[in-house]
Design a protein around this ligand. Structure first.
Ligand SMILES: [Zn+2]
Length: 362
């Protein structure tokens, strides 16, 4: 009797375990790799690098000495803070930098798009940018709100290539400062949220990122608007954030760089795209070694390690830190010192004025 019950219990436990093994979800299925290969994890970049895409709010109040010593830990030579704002925020940030860490930080200004549509808005915005430059700003950052949520005074969407902004783009060319511009988002955010969507997990975890196909316009429209600006303002250098959202199509990105000599790109938040195509990405970065900058976007010191490892090592099948960006593994590109130096700092030194180059190797 007891024996029978024991068998029954054993059967139920086994059957239950088998059942639960069959219902592992995609999110749960993340097994540790059994692969044994040489591993060369990095905590510091091989050369001091410039992070062209960082955000520090209210920089005038930040402890820059503390921040700089944290940057030392990963060999970040210089941080470009894209969230400089304008007016007093710029003045305060520059004062703090000059007093405490003059060699380690650069600030980009931002444009205030409210009241666009008022007579003379463009000229006033350009004049404000001139004042911000005079105070020490050395670039302009355009947030992705342009093209998405920025509305003119009549309530209409302001396209990225709206001619009312032309005086601002022209001013940057005149001042010799670059524009780092983030337009749109990864294309899968506009696509069906189904099993064929590579960002399925991200859209599940961050459902507000999902857009209808025409919200506010198709992805292709936003991207085209951005390129129209680049083509119209040839004297201005534009850095398309996140590799212009073409890191997964480097043939296309190469043709865009060929077509628009004033276009640069940075690799923030798209290293996982390079890390899944190490041979082709290496060829691309060798060919376009003068056009690509190191950027990260979110300043989380622990996450830079993956960037260094992808760019510098030839490691195989190692994890990325955010599974909703990449459910696949990374492979190192093993870039040469020459190419690394360009991506890490030489290209930034060339296009961003007035960086103290003394901490960067020849
Ligand atoms: Zn950003």
């Amino acid at each position: 009797m007891y024996k029978k019950a024991g068998f029954l219990l054993l059967f139920l436990i086994t059957f239950g375990a088998a059942l639960s093994a069959q219902t592992v979800t995609f999110e749960e299925y993340d097994p540790p790799s059994t692969l044994k290969v040489p591993e060369n994890p990095l905590t510091r970049a091989k050369f001091p690098f410039i992070d062209i895409h960082s955000h520090q709010w209210r920089m005038g109040e930040r402890d820059l000495n503390k921040l700089a010593s944290e940057m030392d830990g990963i060999n970040m030579g210089l941080m470009v803070n894209l969230s400089g704002g304008s007016g007093k925020n710029i003045v305060d940030a520059i004062k703090n930098i000059k007093t405490n860490q003059p060699k380690r930080f650069i600030v980009f200004a931002n444009v205030n798009f409210s009241n666009i549509g008022d007579d003379g808005w463009g000229e006033r915005a350009a004049a404000q940018l001139q004042r911000d430059y005079d105070q020490g700003a050395r670039g302009l950052k355009i947030f992705k709100s342009l093209g998405f949520s920025v509305k003119d005074k009549d309530g209409n969407r302001v396209a990225v290539d709206d001619s009312r902004i032309d005086p601002v783009w022209a001013k940057c060319g005149e001042l010799g400062i670059p524009v780092l511009i983030h337009t749109a988002d990864p294309k899968p955010f506009w696509d069906e949220h189904d099993a064929n969507n590579e960002r399925w997990l991200e859209l599940k975890l961050r459902p507000r990122r999902k857009r209808d196909a025409n919200n506010p316009v198709p992805w292709e429209t936003l991207i085209q608007e951005q390129h129209n600006v680049f083509k119209k303002h040839k004297n201005t250098i534009f850095i398309a954030a996140h590799m212009a959202w073409f890191a997964n199509d480097l043939v296309k990105l190469g043709s865009l760089l060929d077509e628009m000599p004033n276009m640069m790109v940075e690799i923030g938040a798209v290293i996982a795209e390079l890390g899944r195509q190490p041979r082709f990405a290496k060829k691309f970065l060798e060919k376009y070694q003068d056009r690509v900058l190191f950027g990260k976007d979110a300043y989380n010191p622990g996450e830079y390690a993956t960037y260094f490892r992808v760019l510098e090592t030839e490691d195989e099948y190692f994890p990325y830190y955010k599974r909703y960006h990449a459910f696949w593994k990374m492979y190192g590109l093993g870039l040469s010192d020459n190419v690394l130096k360009k991506i890490y700092y030489k290209n930034a030194l060339r296009i961003v004025p007035d960086i103290d180059s003394s901490i960067f190797p020849e």
